[in-house]
Design a protein around this ligand. Structure first.
Ligand code: PLP
Length: 390
């Protein structure tokens, strides 16, 4: 009898990718049948839908009344770039990064946006940089949840209430999954394709009153492509925050976002989304705790992401392998699970250490995470047996 017999229960949905993430339970293309396709997004029917996305977003995120939310082109990346290009300049910027996407924002601040006085604080995968270095007189750019390292900011205590600079936060893999401390955040971006299980293509940009004030008093030193322009004649283009997108949106993606948010409402809104995320994470974390060959990539337990859970193999036999052999082993492991149809896209991100990354956001079912853990045990046993037999 093998130590890990082949499991008999399969996850109902094998989609554990960290973006695009699993669609909501029960989703099918019929959810999109009300999309006003072939109609202008500027017609009432289209504009009403776009406006509803904004209103539903504000309600689900429990945004303070005076905060604005707008739909931007280019998914989360588009929203981040719009914010960086439009807002940075008048103050030095402190940019913090601890995984792949945050490092892209460091590149923007340090290499692309000139002249900009920028300090960067970059930590290795699994760690957080020293956030206490943030100067409250500077603007601060950071990612709330590092999707490719599974490291999340534990709290916002390091952001001063009396700061003079703005905080610009890429929250794409934490918005809707964890409570965001809005009073500490001036600019927040995310997409529909993560916790909501929506489609890529559009990003959301949230602005505090202080961010709006910056937009209306600051003219960037660099040229601004049309797609990034949030102001007109020095005034905020408020239409963007009422459903008038800068360019043509996909009404199919918009319909899907509305469907995702209707589902979110039906499970209890913000609390429901956070609760499902916590349950999924708890299920996976319990397996990690009892499994000797695996551990979290996040070194500090307080910084373990509940959405993009990144795991490393800590078996000494694995640690003794070369980096290439470690990567090949993980590829075999994830390939076997994919072939079995029980887990797709759970390899670590391309520039992260070899390991696993398993999405535990709200659209995933806890029973599927539980079923997956038995398959992980089985696949690991198969791969290690193969290796020792070779
Ligand atoms: C933290 C973070 N920022 C930005 C992105 C880019 O998102 P998008 O492809 O939606 O632009 C991702 C995608 O995974 C991410 O995890």
């Amino acid at each position: 009898m093998p130590a890990h017999p082949r499991p008999s229960i399969r996850p109902g949905c094998p989609n554990f990718a960290s973006g695009p993430c699993a669609k909501r339970p029960g989703w099918s293309p019929t959810a999109l049948s009300d999309a006003p396709l072939g109609r202008s997004h500027r017609a009432k029917i289209g504009k009403d839908k776009l406006k509803r996305v904004i209103e539903e977003t504000k309600a689900l995120l429990e945004l303070p009344d005076r905060y604005l939310a707008g739909i931007i082109a280019g998914s989360d990346t588009g929203a981040v770039e719009t914010a960086l290009w439009s807002l940075l300049g008048p103050r030095p910027v402190d940019v913090f990064a601890w995984e792949s996407f945050g490092r892209d924002w460091v590149t923007d601040c340090v290499k692309q946006l000139k002249p900009l006085e920028a300090r960067s604080f970059v930590a290795d995968f699994g760690q957080l940089p020293d956030l206490s270095q943030a100067d409250p007189d500077h603007d601060i750019v950071f990612t709330w949840n590092g999707t490719t390292s599974g490291v999340i900011v534990p709290d916002a205590g390091w952001i001063r209430d009396d700061r003079r600079g703005l905080t610009l936060c890429d929250a794409t893999s934490s918005a809707f999954a964890v409570k965001m401390p809005w009073s500490k955040l001036d600019v927040v971006t995310f997409s529909w394709q993560k916790v909501l299980g929506g489609e890529g293509q559009h990003g959301m940009l949230v602005l505090s009153p202080r961010a709006v004030e910056r937009l209306e008093t600051h003219k960037p030193a660099w040229p601004l492509p049309k797609i990034f322009r949030l102001t007109r004649d020095g005034k905020l283009n408020r239409g963007i925050f009422e459903g008038e997108t800068i360019n043509t949106p996909s009404m199919l993606c918009v319909e899907d976002a509305l469907d995702a948010m209707a589902w979110a409402r039906s499970i209890g809104g913000a609390a429901g989304l956070a609760g499902r995320t916590r349950e999924n994470y708890g299920t996976l974390a319990a397996w990690v705790e009892r499994t000797p060959w695996i551990d979290f990539l996040a070194v500090d337990p307080a910084s373990r992401s509940p959405t993009s859970v990144c795991l490393k193999i800590v078996d000494p036999a694995f640690a003794a392998l070369s980096r290439d052999d470690q990567a090949a082993f993980c590829k075999r492991l994830t390939g076997l699970l994919e072939k079995e149809g029980v887990a797709y896209d759970i390899g670590s991100y391309r520039d992260a250490p070899a390991g696993l990354r398993i999405w535990c956001g709200a659209t995933v079912e806890a029973a599927d995470v539980r079923a997956l853990t038995a398959w992980l045990d089985w696949a690991y046993a198969v791969c290690t047996t193969e290796k020792s037999a070779a």
